[in-house]
Design a protein around this ligand. Structure first.
Ligand code: SF4
Length: 324
């Protein structure tokens, strides 16, 4: 008999299979089985009675000791991570679910009623339908140079310096022929004039080398020139090419946050916020209206609210009263 057959016979004996050659063994097995069945039944019934009488605590204790028949220790374990995880205290401390819910909708919520925005620009348009910037220029190139020179300087101061400069150099080539030293002399009354003279020569050289001596009609291309950032590029795109860009300078930044129209922590945030809310028909002149309003009425230190044409629409407080 091989190992396989031996193991097969042993298996059959274990489960009490009928063996005609061993009647006593079979009948004895039946009696034992019947006794075992009765005992098991009594245990189950007794267990059921105890279970019915026992409260949750008793059930848990019993389960911890080994459990009643039919119970699962996992479900009734009295102490441990499962019970702790269901405490309300633990749930309330979930920062992951709190943070996005409180921040995301607020960031995109409209700050001003569209009807109010429409009314504000309707009034600006009624009073000044064609607002103009205050820098002097004779063509797109001189506008570009004037804008570069106006950084951290007043338009009035720039105009004084460029009057004579543009009379002799109104193209990139003429500016290069004039040279950096002479350009510096012309603009020495303007702040940062050394760096600005360098930029004027640099941008003139780049215009000739890269753009055929013409001012490019692209904000991205303009921003590649020395001294030209997004704000300057937006001014040129708006004034020289009629694009509805919004150049956010210090006045516009203040006004947009004060009213508020499009509050933001950076000029770009304000620019994009304004683009999103200003009706298309007002977009072209919007930045001029807001800059001029900030420069002459909604001043930095003391806004002249008493003579402001949008004071009833502005939420800034306290408003400056009329001088007695
Ligand atoms: S009411 Fe006063 S704060 Fe408001 S926009 Fe007018 S000037 Fe500025």
């Amino acid at each position: 008999m091989g190992d396989k057959q031996k193991s097969g016979r042993a298996s059959q004996d274990d489960v009490g299979t009928v063996d005609a050659t061993r009647p006593s063994a079979w009948s004895g097995g039946r009696r034992s089985k019947a006794k075992a069945d009765v005992k098991a039944k009594l245990e189950v019934e007794a267990g059921a009675k105890v279970k019915a009488r026992a409260g949750p605590k008793a059930k848990a204790k019993s389960a911890a000791r080994g459990g009643l028949a039919g119970t699962t220790p996992k479900a009734t374990t009295p102490k441990g991570p499962t019970r702790k995880a269901t405490k309300p205290k633990t749930v309330s401390k979930m920062p992951v679910s709190k943070a996005p819910v409180s921040k995301a909708p607020a960031a995109k919520a409209p700050v001003v009623d569209p009807a109010v925005v429409e009314e504000i620009f309707h009034r600006f348009h009624r009073v000044d339908p064609e607002p103009k910037g205050e820098l002097d220029y004779v063509n797109a190139y001189t506008l570009l140079v004037a804008v570069v020179l106006s950084a951290q300087a007043t338009d009035v101061g720039v105009n004084k310096a460029t009057r004579a400069l543009f009379a002799i150099a109104d193209t990139p080539q003429k500016m290069l022929d004039l040279g950096e030293d002479k350009v510096r002399d012309h603009i020495k009354t303007i702040g940062l004039f050394r760096a600005k003279a360098k930029n004027v020569i640099g941008l003139s050289r780049d215009l000739i080398a890269t753009f055929g001596g013409e001012v490019p009609m692209s904000r991205a291309a303009l921003e590649t020139l020395p001294g030209v950032g997004r704000k300057s590029a937006n001014v040129v795109m708006n004034i020289a090419f009629g694009e509805p860009t919004i150049a956010v300078d210090t006045h516009l930044f203040r006004v947009a946050n004060r009213i508020p129209l499009a509050p933001g922590k950076t000029p770009l945030e304000v620019e994009l916020g304004l683009e999103a809310i200003i009706p298309e028909r007002y977009r072209r002149h919007a930045h001029h209206w807001l800059i001029l309003h900030g420069r002459y009425v909604c001043k930095a230190r003391k806004p002249e609210c008493w003579r402001c044409l949008i004071r009833d629409l502005c939420r800034f407080e306290p408003k400056t009263p009329a001088v007695a």
